[in-house]
Ligand binder design. Structure first.
Ligand SMILES: Nc1nc2c(c(=O)[nH]1)N[C@H]1C(S)=C(S)[C@@H](COP(=O)(O)OP(=O)(O)OC[C@H]3O[C@@H](n4cnc5c(=O)[nH]c(N)nc54)[C@H](O)[C@@H]3O)O[C@H]1N2
Ligand SMILES: Nc1nc2c(c(=O)[nH]1)N[C@H]1C(S)=C(S)[C@@H](COP(=O)(O)OP(=O)(O)OC[C@H]3O[C@@H](n4cnc5c(=O)[nH]c(N)nc54)[C@H](O)[C@@H]3O)O[C@H]1N2
Ligand code: SF4
Ligand SMILES: [Mo]
Length: 731
């Protein structure tokens, strides 16, 4: 008789989105049987979305690459890791030696932020490359928030987080947490948390050109014309002053330029905002009053408020509103975390710079650097335009810019034109198919996990370490090991095996990710000891370390957010600036946009079973009806003589796609929406399921020439488009 199979259970954190849900992984003979929510995780309390169980299929996906690949002619050949890393380092070194440092570019994508090894060693790789052509998903995402935090509070990583569980009035602009599960507001189970606001007689007000899943559970939904939020926000600021409701509270003596804020908001009356945004003036006045009068309220804006022509202004005005209504750094308002590994302070080498702007400009268009990176919207032209300083080689790491960055078709062409390209990525997809070498990391279940980023933006102070739930296959590498292997080889090629930098890379390799994480925890605020805090295993003094976290496999809840201002403002920037000059100077550009009429504006959307461009190869998540449709208002459909199910042509300045239209009352009139992340029809990829659900790419329509001119952020929402019925095929 065969012995009964050994069954074990292990615990982890889902790394797919920002919510950090605890998962329970059931194993049989070392194989994953099922993945469920972990009821014992103090933060997520058993909640998961449909993506966590799909981690099993992702892990077992036959298309997921297990060995490095090298492109030889039109074919891919597997090769051993040492050879792959040697070739990668040699190629990188050769491009920089022959064409200069800036000839090698780098794009870092979103999954890096969910990856301990990438977060620990990615910055080293950036520095080692010494190229000005560094890009990341930041400039198609949260850059305006970082820009505003840097300008107003002196550090790009000071992210105020809505104190969701204690607020009574939640004003949301351009975010759909019921689909996205929240962003820069880590909180598992958004549906419950939003419902609880209403259950305690609070209000949730959603401002969005689409009646989204979140709008449907809100107390109130206000349709807004895309990219006009700044008019709405300025009118709110003006009303708060006009109605005599300004209250800076405890921070009154720490804020500058209140008078400037009042003066610059003067011309933006509620009536003017009504004309531009479509939100009635009376509603704007009422919202201003409700917001200011609420004891505990928070204004929050995300992707729809960021990635548009006035993302920078919006990010500033959202902070300003929270400040002048006394909801800043107060329970129930917006607050800052006290993270176990403090990415803001410089302690332990974890510190990230306060921020910088315009230290260099992009070669072709002259767009400014922010925080050491150039806007992703200018990446294609930097590869395609010949001349001194042209990019000749690229590294992409955990990014798929061909689908995720504006004018993807041009990027496709640009990557194809390179002399040399490395992709650190588990898939052969629309971007990595252009690489000379693909270096695939282990699956998310085969690596240690600690969320350096998302604990720092959670709605409670939390910390959790997950040792790799499954053993790493022999010879396989995680992202950190790939980076260090590459770094060490590059430094050796540059200066010999005993050069200072080559030795540094070796020392870091010896310390390892756990060693570095432990150092970060010990030198962080909880590692130094916080009065009265003493969980099991933390010793007499109550100090956090990796050992303590290991004793709490479901994670540690460190309590609600605590007020921390003005003490945490950096010494170089000890006061809060309510009206930084760069924003004031951007207002004439906003004024100039007034009255610019186009027939239709295109926006994006997310679905709970997608994750940007890369989870479409998981069969479980692709079941059900086609999600890649163009949503359109009935009146707009009628004007064009189209009905639900028809195929239409959508055209922008840069491209055209054909897609099925879905007519309904979900969209505001004059606005159409396509999901982001589809377009898996390109030849030469290895993603069978995704290809069968190819859809079209939203970013074949978005315009790389259309950016928030203040910050360089891609304006991927509010893109002018034309839509018409597809001409019948010729008989
Ligand atoms: N039009 C429009 N465009 C958008 C958006 C939008 O709303 N509308 N959203 C923007 C936003 S917010 C973002 S963040 C970006 C995202 O854009 P990108 O950051 O480029 O991310 P993805 O397109 O999801 O591609 C992720 C890549 O990482 C790989 N990957 C997954 N896990 C790992 C891992 O652990 N290690 C490594 N090395 N690779 C991994 C995947 O195979 C895939 O190739 O898209 C932006 N683009
Ligand atoms: N299921 C799933 N979850 C995800 C992701 C995913 O792809 N799928 N991606 C992850 C990533 S990388 C991020 S950054 C987060 C993003 O998290 P969210 O910001 O919550 O994401 P979106 O669903 O894109 O929400 C943007 C909203 O802005 C609206 N909008 C568009 N233009 C405008 C405008 O001009 N003004 C206003 N007020 N609203 C506008 C859109 O209709 C949409 O509802 O989600 C993360 N979580
Ligand atoms: S919400 Fe879904 S994708 Fe996000 S962490 Fe939780 S289970 Fe994972
Ligand atoms: Mo993002």
């Amino acid at each position: 008789m065969a012995p009964p199979p050994t069954r074990t259970t292990t615990f982890g954190t889902c790394p797919l989105c920002e919510a950090m849900c605890g998962i329970r992984i059931e194993l049989e003979e070392g194989r994953v049987q099922a993945i469920r929510g972990d009821d014992a995780d103090p933060f997520s309390q058993g909640h998961i979305c449909p993506k966590a169980p799909a981690l099993k299929e992702l892990h077992e996906d036959p298309d997921r690459l297990k060995h490095p690949l090298r492109r030889v002619g039109g074919r891919w050949e597997p090769l051993p890791w040492d050879d792959a890393l040697d070739l990668a380092a040699e190629g990188l070194h050769r491009v920089q030696r022959e064409h200069g440092r800036d000839a090698m570019g780098l794009y870092l994508g979103n999954p890096n932020a969910h990856n301990l090894g990438a977060m620990l060693f990615g910055p080293l790789m950036l520095r080692a490359l010494r190229s000005k052509n560094r890009f990341s998903a930041t400039s198609v995402d949260q850059l305006p928030h970082m820009f505003a935090s840097w300008q107003m509070f002196g550090h790009q990583l000071f992210f105020p987080v809505p104190d969701l569980d204690r607020t009574d009035y939640f004003l949301i602009l351009g975010a759909n947490p019921l689909a996205s599960n929240g962003s820069i507001m880590t909180a598992p189970d958004m549906r419950r948390r939003l419902r609880e606001i209403r259950e305690r007689d609070g209000q949730v007000v959603v401002v969005d050109p689409r009646r989204t899943e979140t709008a449907k559970v809100a107390s109130e939904h206000l349709f807004i014309r895309p990219a006009t939020d700044a008019f709405f926000l300025l009118a709110l600021v003006r009303e708060v002053f006009a109605q005599g409701l300004v209250d800076l509270g405890r921070l009154a003596d720490d804020c500058d330029r209140l008078d400037v804020l009042e003066a610059v908001a003067q011309p933006y009356t509620a009536r003017r905002a009504e004309r531009v945004t479509g939100i009635p003036a009376a509603t704007i006045k009422r919202v201003a009053r409700e917001l200011a009068m609420a004891e505990r309220a928070a204004v929050y804006g995300r992707v729809g408020a960021c990635t548009q022509a006035f993302g920078g202004l919006n990010a500033w005005l959202i902070h300003a509103l929270n400040l002048i209504t006394g909801h800043f750094d107060r329970p129930g308002g917006v607050m800052f975390t006290t993270p176990a590994v403090d990415v803001v302070s410089a302690a332990g080498g974890f510190g990230i710079g306060r921020g910088s702007f315009g230290r260099w400009k992009s070669r072709v268009r002259g767009l400014p650097e922010f925080g050491g990176e150039l806007p992703a919207s200018c990446m294609a032209e930097e590869m395609l335009e010949p001349g001194e300083g042209q990019i000749r080689g690229m590294i992409t790491m955990a990014g798929n810019p061909v689908l995720s960055v504006p004018n993807g078709a041009r990027l496709d062409e640009a990557f194809a034109s390179l002399d040399f390209m490395i992709s650190i990525d588990p898939y052969l997809n629309e971007t990595t198919r252009h690489a000379d070498l693909i270096l695939p990391p282990v699956s998310p279940l085969e690596r240690d996990h600690y969320d350096l980023v998302f604990h720092a933006v959670a709605v409670r102070n939390t910390a959790k370490f997950v040792p790799a739930p499954l053993p790493k296959p022999a010879g396989a590498k995680d992202d950190g090991e790939i980076l260090l292997g590459l770094l060490r080889r590059v430094e050796t090629l540059r200066g010999g095996p005993l050069s200072r930098r080559a030795l540094e890379a070796r020392a870091l390799e010896a310390l390892g990710q756990r060693g570095l994480l432990d150092l970060g925890l010990r030198t962080g605020p909880w590692g130094k000891g916080i009065a009265g805090w003493k969980p099991a295993g933390s010793g007499e003094k109550g100090k956090l370390s990796l050992k303590v976290l290991k004793a709490h496999p479901h994670g540690l809840d460190l309590g609600p957010l605590m007020p921390s201002m003005p003490e945490r403002l950096p010494a170089q920037h000890p006061r809060i600036d309510l009206a930084p000059q760069c924003f004031v100077d951007d207002l004439p550009r906003l004024d100039a946009s007034e009255g610019s009429e186009t027939s239709l504006r295109l926006i994006g959307r997310r679905h709970v079973r997608s994750n940007n461009s890369w989870m479409h190869n998981v069969p479980q998540l692709m079941k059900g009806r086609d999600r890649c449709t163009l949503m359109m208002h009935a009146a707009d459909a009628k004007k064009r003589g189209v009905k639900s199910g028809d195929v239409v042509v959508v055209r922008s300045r840069v491209g055209a796609v054909e897609v099925v239209v879905e007519v309904g009352d979900e969209m505001m009139e004059g606005v159409v929406s396509l999901p982001h992340g589809f377009g898996h029809h390109r030849a030469g990829t290895r993603m069978e399921v995704a290809e069968a659900h190819a859809g079209v790419s939203l970013n074949d329509l978005t315009d790389d020439g259309y950016v928030d001119e203040l910050t360089g952020t891609a304006a991927i929402n509010g893109v002018p488009v034309e839509v018409e019925a597809r001409a019948e095929a010729a008989e």
